[in-house]
Ligand binder design. Structure first.
Ligand code: PRP
Ligand code: URA
Length: 207
């Protein structure tokens, strides 16, 4: 069964309010995506493996810890880019590999248009996409990452629905889902309620 982690931190609640507000302009929207992505990544990275290293401080040698894994961030284009940029700043050695899906508005099915993976997959992958709506895009994305050869995968999203969580958990029970909020439901066009509207359009100012 997938592990579902919904962040309840006051800072998450605070930034979500601005993110959801229809009057928030794109530049502030991007700032909020960034803040929330960092908080999500902090939580999702809690069990990353570490190794011991010796560091020379200005005064003496000391044993410290540093990350001991190849971590791939996989944004689902377009909207996931706002999250992966922020997380790569927090974890500079992470690698960013891209997957492009758009949702066909009539069938609501994800349509793949881009994939940039290497021959050598990372050991751990965070798939990042602000919106987990029907769950179709996330399920397809996770499927691609598994076929690439990554066994340890977490999904990081800003807003999820119960429907999306159920679909991902049933299709991929081995992955962890980290989200800032679990919203009420989908509307008749599969938009999240209360949600925030179209994440990609709000990030890239293409409304
Ligand atoms: C949005 C969002 C997800 C997808 C979620 O992308 O960023 O990728 O919809 O919907 P689902 O869970 O029902 O599959 P969109 O298709 O709007 O593309 P964009 O990021 O290019 O705007
Ligand atoms: N994609 C979005 O950007 N917003 C939604 O509410 C659903 C899918």
């Amino acid at each position: 069964m997938a592990r579902i982690v919904e962040l309840k931190h006051p800072l998450v609640q605070h930034h979500l309010a601005t993110l959801r507000d229809r009057s928030t302009p794109p530049h502030l929207f991007r700032d909020q995506v960034r803040h929330l992505s960092l908080l999500l990544a902090y939580e999702a990275s809690a069990s990353l493996p570490l190794k011991s290293v010796t560091v020379e401080t200005p005064l003496m040698s000391t044993e410290c810890m540093e990350l001991d894994c190849r971590l791939g961030l996989v944004p689902i284009l377009r909207a996931g880019l706002g999250m992966s940029d922020a997380i790569q700043d927090l974890i500079p050695q992470s690698e960013v590999w891209h997957l492009g899906f758009y949702r066909d508005e009539s069938t609501l099915q994800p349509v793949e248009y881009y994939q940039k993976f290497s021959d050598s997959p990372p050991e751990i992958a965070f798939i990042v996409d602000p919106m987990l709506a029907t769950g179709g895009s996330a399920c397809e994305g996770i499927d691609r990452i598994k076929k690439w050869g990554v066994a340890n995968i977490s999904l990081l999203c800003l807003i999820a629905t119960p429907e999306g969580i159920e679909k991902v958990s049933e299709t991929h029970p081995d992955i962890d889902i980290f989200t800032c909020a679990i919203d009420d439901r989908l509307n008749e066009n599969a938009y999240i309620l209360p949600g925030l509207g179209d994440a990609g359009d709000r990030i890239f100012n293409t409304l």
